[in-house]
Design a protein around this ligand. Structure first.
Ligand code: PMP
Length: 290
């Protein structure tokens, strides 16, 4: 594997950054998780754009333009000769001192790893997954805005531990008002009477690229869409529930907090949107080999 760090490629053994990097010391940095299908990077422009929005929000100046970043991702995929895979793009605050002060960090580190990922077992895609609501509240937007895809993922990790302790793989996180925000690493969708619902981004969700793609596909297919505040009651009484994320793609949820959702099997709206999503991944994206 060839790993990109600041414009050069290193082997896995030699890909190293400083122990004084504030990405390590304080989780001070940002990242993206991107998919590659059939030699094309899916929604690359959107991911790079979100990376720069995250950078803006944490006052981090990435020492490259968005076009240069897009090229660096493509070059890394090319160097690893990957057709399908998962790309982790990371920008840290860089090497600093043992104090918090970010202005002591002079050079952000840009790291790109192109590899593979299998987030959930295949069986869950056909049978549906069981999830729970966890006690850890999603970050308040005045603390760390969930829209920032930062290296500080402890909020999500605490929720993931609670999920794992309960024997499930994903969990619904509520915001400080008690409304559904999202899951630990995925956005959430509900279907009720053929209408598609997802919590508004203001409820405390990442501006998911897959979420946006699914909303676009549903709109193009003529479905009714809305983004209301969602409670657990709404989730329990939905006809269908599914999650979206770059790593997970679309995955059906058939049980929440012990309540069966709808018929207890992946529903027709989920299946239709999954088909449309797979069609899109086959025909769109930034080509690696021109
Ligand atoms: N929410 C959170 C907290 C995430 O970390 C992710 C990405 N893993 C998502 C939602 C889904 O976002 P995307 O579709 O852009 O991958």
């Amino acid at each position: 594997m060839k790993i990109y760090i600041n414009g050069s490629f290193f082997s896995e053994a030699d890909a190293k950054i400083s122990v004084f990097d504030h990405g390590l010391l304080y989780g001070d940095g940002i990242f993206e998780g991107i998919r590659m299908y059939n030699g094309r990077v899916f929604k690359l422009v959107e991911h790079v754009e979100r990376l720069y929005y995250s950078a803006k929000a944490i006052a981090l100046n990435i020492p490259m333009t968005q076009e240069e970043m897009i090229r660096a991702v493509v070059e890394t995929c090319k160097a690893n000769n990957l057709g399908d895979g998962y790309i982790r793009l990371v920008v840290t605050r860089g090497e600093g001192t043992l104090g918090l002060a970010p202005d002591r960090c002079k050079k952000p580190q840009v790291i790109i790893i192109a590899s593979t990922i299998q987030l959930y077992p295949e069986e869950l895609y056909t049978k549906g997954m069981s999830i729970i609501t966890v006690p850890t509240t999603r970050n308040h937007h005045n603390a760390i805005n969930p829209a920032i895809k930062s290296l500080n993922y402890l909020n999500n990790i605490l929720a993931k531990i609670e999920a794992s302790n309960a024997g499930v793989q994903e969990a619904i996180m509520l915001n400080s008002q008690g409304y559904v925000a999202e899951c630990t690493g995925d956005n959430i969708f509900l279907v009720k009477r053929n209408q598609l619902f997802t919590p508004p981004l203001s409820a405390g969700a990442l501006y998911g690229i897959t979420r946006g793609t699914v909303l676009d596909l549903a709109r193009e297919a003529g479905m009714e869409i809305s983004e209301p505040d969602v409670t657990r009651y709404d989730v329990y009484n939905a006809d269908e529930c599914f999650l979206t994320g770059s790593a997970a793609e679309l995955i059906p949820v058939t049980k929440v907090d012990g309540r069966q959702i709808g018929e207890g099997t992946p529903g027709p709206v989920f299946k239709k949107l999954l088909g449309l999503f797979h069609d899109l991944t086959k025909r769109s994206g930034t080509a690696i080999f021109e």
